[in-house]
Design a protein around this ligand. Sequence first.
Ligand code: NAD
Length: 256
Amino acid sequence: MLKGKTALVTGSTSGIGLGIAKALAGQGASIVLNGFGDVEGPKAEVAALGVQVAYHGADMSKPAEIEDMMKFAAAQFGRVDILVNNAGIQHVANVEDFPVDKWDAIIAINLSSAFHASRLALPAMKTANWGRIINLASVHGLVASAQKSAYVAAKHGLIGLTKVTALESATTGVTCNAICPGWVLTPLVQKQVDDKAAANGWTNEESIRHLLSEKEPSLQFTTPQELGELAIFFCSPAANNVRGVAWNMDGGWAAQ
Ligand code: NAD
């Protein structure tokens, strides 16, 4: 379905981003990966799906590096047709204890980076009259949890950005939507599992059980593969007129 298209997925060396990159590659899209840590492993996983893959190591908190990445993607593949704004980090503390540098980093990486990548991708998408911007928000873009002020503020903001981008593109073939996962067992969440286990003397399994039962009625993690399938739907012709939605895949979290 996506042969001839190029997808750039930020923060795709791990977790949800890598899952979405592989899902889009499975539909034939060329892929631009981004993120820190091991690069060769994720590149090989995507290449094994028979598509072209490139990598750019832009730090998504740095607008100049984002600009460089967008130019690189256009030089490699001609154009970015699908932009998945996924890079994100977390830090957990009460507002009065929240480190200022962590607040700034979360707003930069989880929110401002999506603005920068989108503003740079939109002109070519509008010229082509086809494009998909998919913002990885969170159920925390819809409801709050204590100790996650920066993350919740960034994700609520990202849903606002999604709606404005969708409205400004509404008469074109460019759509913008947000995906709002509940718990997904990636390194970002495993750290929270580990911290709770250490603080309470729980095993990994006990910590996971507490984490899920506190918020997620299904008591199940959503998987990167399931999120990838939703991204494929947003890229499909059936979703041509799906604009500005914040679609939760959260095991019933936000329904409570
Ligand atoms: P993860 O830690 O597995 O992956 C994060 C990715 O972002 C990695 O590739 C990392 O290298 C990259 N990254 C981090 N900082 C970066 C920076 N400054 N520049 C470039 N890349 C950077 O996390 P994940 O759980 O897969 O999260 C992906 C997205 O999904 C995030 O936006 C997160 O907020 C969101 N999300 C996750 C969950 C969950 O339960 N895991 C739930 C809802 C939303």
